[in-house]
Write a protein that binds this ligand. Structure first.
Ligand SMILES: [Zn+2]
Length: 318
């Protein structure tokens, strides 16, 4: 192996006045060679307890330290430590649809060398893409739906399968309810092509794994049966006291049909659109408990949101 010829200096992370040379192999095939970095020993020791111990062991200070990590991951870590402006730009410039994939290598290597601040900044950045409450969901989802309209803006919508993997690997369970729900309402029709369906953005089904899919199926089934049960149980108040004249019975039937439809609307994506349930209610004329039904639709949405961790068997404790 002719290493001398294959070593190239990193364009921005080889500081001429640095006092620590590191080399790391580029990902992929062996013949892609190594990248050389030259950085500042003291600063690296200050931010990373692992580097601190490693470099304290001494050895020849002129020697190049061969790192076991990929050159790409190491470059991302060193960039975050030594060129903070590039690191910030990287966070901002990575499309939300790809950020959980593209930034996970950095979190992994930052955790490995205990550069905790960097790992935490990236985790927070990814976490903030996902709504944590129904109120946040209601603010965020209309923007996603707006962004879905063009290919250019659909990149701004966070992708759920990669987010779930990210959340599981780095223990960020607060992302999971919204991400699982969002994945559950994605169309699986175009799994192979990952093409955008009229109702959903393209999910990275290729990133789903066995456990995730089981959780997803379980969650979808739970949501469905819960709401179908509600449809059965939630009846028009007119029928509650018995002895109903024929005219009122007709009203009651109409009312019950409306109730069932409202709940089904919420089940099928009403969490995604707060106005959908209300629009359904308003489409029905002459129903006797419109006001109560509007309240019910609002409650059903909160129940759905609150129920997500249970439906998808998500443990929210870190
Ligand atoms: Zn009624």
């Amino acid at each position: 192996m002719d290493q001398e010829q294959k070593q190239t200096r990193h364009v921005t992370l080889y500081f001429e006045d640095g006092d620590l040379e590191l080399s790391a192999r580029k990902a992929g095939s062996d013949d892609e060679g190594c990248l050389l970095f030259c950085v500042y020993r003291a600063q690296l020791r200050r931010v990373s307890p692992v580097f601190c111990d490693m470099l304290a062991l001494g050895g020849d200070r002129k020697e190049v330290v061969e790192m076991p990590d990929s050159a790409e991951d190491l470059a991302a870590l060193l960039e975050s430590v030594f060129i903070s402006s590039s690191f910030v730009l990287r966070l901002w410039d990575t499309d939300p649809s790809r950020s959980a994939v593209e930034l996970s290598g950095l979190v992994r290597i930052a955790r490995k060398y205990q550069v905790d601040d960097i790992a935490n900044v990236v985790i927070r950045h990814i976490s903030e893409l996902w709504p944590k409450s129904l109120a946040e969901w209601d603010k965020t989802f209309p923007t996603w739906m707006e962004n879905r309209k063009t290919t250019a803006t659909s990149k701004l919508i966070p992708e759920p399968a990669s987010a779930i993997r990210f959340a599981n690997e780095f223990n960020v369970p607060s992302i999971l309810p919204a991400a699982f729900y969002f994945l559950a309402v994605q169309s699986a029709e175009n799994i192979e092509t990952a093409e955008e369906s009229p109702h959903c953005t393209a999910a990275r089904w290729d990133l789903t794994e066995h456990t995730m899919l089981l959780q997803l199926i379980r969650g979808r089934d739970h949501m469905r049966s819960e709401f179908l049960r509600e449809c059965q149980r939630d009846r028009c108040i007119v029928g509650f006291h018995g002895g109903l004249p024929a005219t009122l019975a007709a009203t009651r039937d109409k009312c019950n049909a409306a109730r069932a439809e409202v709940l089904l609307t919420i089940l099928r994506g009403g969490l995604g659109n707060p106005d959908q349930g209300h629009a359904t209610i308003n489409a029905y004329q002459d129903i006797c408990c419109k006001r109560e039904m509007t309240k019910r639709a609002t409650n059903a949405r909160s129940e759905m949101w609150e129920g997500l961790p249970g439906f998808f068997a998500i443990s929210l404790t870190q």
